[in-house]
Design a protein around this ligand. Structure first.
Ligand SMILES: Nc1nc2c(ncn2[C@@H]2O[C@H](COP(=O)(O)OP(=O)(O)OP(=O)(O)O)[C@@H](O)[C@H]2O)c(=O)[nH]1
Ligand SMILES: [Mg+2]
Length: 303
């Protein structure tokens, strides 16, 4: 199994390998600051960093490079500093509120990695000694329910599920009542990514949020958008729709291992003003890392 026995650092490094190669290979061998900056602009745009943030990074690097000849180490250190400065504000660790159960709602487009991420987060929370309960609120496909039930078994946590086609609001209602009565610490709600029925997805998600408000007297504590990093900057327009429906509080960026466009993390978090809680670096259930700007950038550049 890829990733087993590896630490956080190894998984992150491996997960970012494709982005790293795309970013650094074209820069190697540059001697002049001006040449480095020109090539840097090209590779950042190619890594889906976006024009605005690319300009910001290039300006940051220019400010800390001596004019004329540069060493590879000096150029790398300047780039590292500029990237960390940009990403630091996007760093936030999950903190569960004192109220029990805490509720985390996971949303996102079809195939972005929601169900897998729910299981990965449950695994992390169990490891920290919390008692998580999963909720199969993607009732549209039987396979979606089976997938969550199967992952829950692998992670060793409980799951509440209804029949396929059931009302997602009703599943969430039952799960929250059960979690409260049985003393669960945290409820993780997996939702549908696409509905081909008459029920529009955003309306349904809004309803799930309101059910939680009715049962708990507050909105789900986190409304987390799961974003597939391989779609790059397209994620920004998707995110706006989900933000309108549930009021997002954070992001998870998945499939960083499968893309050379990991640079999209920069425009995505900046455009949305949302923190990144975790990054997914593989299909394995242990392949989810908390997002820390310094380590992320070091793994990206130094591998
Ligand atoms: N390589 C890689 N694959 C991932 C990662 N996260 C999820 N996947 C894979 O992406 C595919 C879709 O994941 P799901 O968790 O089913 O996605 P979803 O958002 O629940 O999909 P729907 O319920 O159909 O909307 C699966 O094959 C996962 O194994 C990741 O970080 N890296
Ligand atoms: Mg799913």
């Amino acid at each position: 199994m890829p990733g087993s026995g590896e630490g956080f650092w190894d998984r992150l490094r491996r997960g970012l390998a494709r982005t790293r190669e795309g970013l650094l290979e074209p820069l190697r061998g540059t001697r002049k600051a001006s040449e480095f900056l020109d090539r840097l602009e090209e590779v950042l745009l190619g890594a889906d960093v976006g024009p605005e943030e690319t300009a910001r990074i290039v300006a940051g690097v220019r400010g800390s490079l001596p004019p004329g000849e540069v060493t590879w180490e000096g150029a790398l250190a300047a780039l590292e500093g500029a990237l960390v400065a940009l990403l630091k504000p996007a760093e936030r660790e999950l903190e569960l509120p004192p109220a029990r159960p805490a509720v985390l709602l996971f949303v996102g487009v079809n195939g972005s990695g929601k169900t897998t991420t729910v299981a990965k987060v449950a695994r992390l929370l169990s490891g920290d000694g919390a008692r998580p309960l999963l909720v199969a609120a993607d009732t549209f496909r039987a396979a979606a329910i089976d997938q969550l039930v199967d992952l829950a078994r692998q992670v060793g946590v409980e799951v509440v599920a209804h029949r396929p086609g059931a009302d997602p609001g009703a599943v969430v209602h039952d799960a929250l009542e059960h979690a409260r009565a049985a003393g669960y610490d945290v409820v993780l709600v997996d939702t549908a990514g696409r509905l081909q029925t008459k029920r529009p997805l955003m309306e349904e998600l809004g309803k799930v949020r309101r059910v939680a408000e009715r049962v708990l007297g507050r909105a789900p504590d986190e409304r987390i958008l799961v974003v597939d990093a391989t779609v790059g900057q397209n994620a920004i327009s998707q995110a706006n729709l989900f933000h309108e429906a549930v009021g997002l509080t954070g992001l998870v960026l998945t499939k960083l291992d499968g893309t050379a466009r990991g640079g999209a993390v920069i425009p995505i978090t900046r455009a949305l003003g949302l923190p990144v809680l975790w990054v997914g670096t593989g299909e394995g259930l242990e392949e989810l890392e908390p997002f820390r700007a310094t380590e992320f950038v070091r793994a990206l550049l130094r591998g």
